[in-house]
Write a protein that binds this ligand. Structure first.
Ligand SMILES: [Fe+2]
Ligand SMILES: [Fe+2]
Length: 268
């Protein structure tokens, strides 16, 4: 499955570099905070889906998908650990993390596979829409730290595995209206936490020093980027939406190659 390789990355995050991105990069850091909770939930859901999948091609894709997602949340967890240690008040992020973890444990325990897969696909579709917009804005030749590389590597792989949860849901259930309604609920639930984390980070960090350069993370993604992704997101709600037919950003292939070369190892 060469178009969905599991890249084993090694990033080194620097606390001083990270501090330069607070509070300007709070939205991206808020997103990072959600990932060690939502991505394991999506993995649990897809593992459950895998048990019911008879299509060999779909099953092989799910394994690569799980491999990529497992790497994502581990890398983001390392960043989040560093972030909590940046300023004493940021230790309070743990309380929101606990709420999010409890929500996802409850979904896995009490909701149907159909619900969890529709939620997972809602999340994947929204992230892919945002990733397609974000990737276009990035200057491939600009100098960047591992902090930016983490996000770009992640966005690149989200685009690579864009079809997988859609195909599993379609294969097992195929109910369009249910997918869209639960998917939108999932997007509301997920973004509510992104904003909650971002607000907490901005509120509990020292204000930006006057004259300081814009943060790398702010350049990489901001509230305006979400606005610019609205058209692509609306497209995911249409009955004819099929992520396999999306036109990918021209830079996507270049980033995929760059990160394959940067990886310690690639699997699959
Ligand atoms: Fe991911
Ligand atoms: Fe994903």
């Amino acid at each position: 499955m060469n178009d969905m390789p599991v890249r084993i990355m090694q990033f080194e995050f620097d606390a001083e570099e990270l501090k330069k991105n607070i509070p300007d990069g709070a939205l991206n850091l808020g997103l990072s905070m959600t990932l060690p909770y939502i991505e394991p939930y999506v993995i649990r859901t897809m593992r459950e889906g895998l048990k019911h999948t008879k299509d060999k091609e779909v099953a092989a894709e799910v394994k690569q998908f799980i491999g990529q997602e497992a790497q994502h949340f581990r890398q983001h967890r390392m960043l989040n650990d560093l972030l909590r240690d940046c300023y004493p008040a940021l230790a309070g992020l743990q309380e929101i993390e606990d709420q999010m973890e409890a929500d996802f444990r409850r979904f896995t325990k009490t909701k149907s596979l159909k619900f969890n897969l529709a939620y997972a696909e809602g999340f994947e579709a929204a992230i892919c829409a945002t990733a397609r917009t974000a990737i276009e804005t990035i200057d491939i030749n600009a100098p960047m730290s591992d902090l930016s590389r983490l996000f770009i590597w992640h966005l690149t792989e989200e685009i690579e595995h864009r079809t997988v949860s859609f195909n599993v849901y379609k294969h097992l259930f195929g109910d369009y209206f249910y997918r869209v309604i639960v998917g939108m609920y999932g997007q509301y639930h997920f973004f509510k936490y992104v904003f909650k984390f971002a607000h907490f980070i901005a509120k509990h960090s020292p204000p930006k020093v006057k004259g300081a350069a814009d943060s790398e993370l702010k350049a990489l993604g901001s509230y305006s980027l979400l606005f610019l992704s609205l058209g692509k997101w609306l497209g995911t709600l249409m009955p004819w939406y099929n992520p396999a037919k999306l036109v990918l950003p021209s830079k996507h292939g270049e980033f995929a190659k760059i990160y394959s070369e940067l990886a310690l190892e690639t699997r699959g």
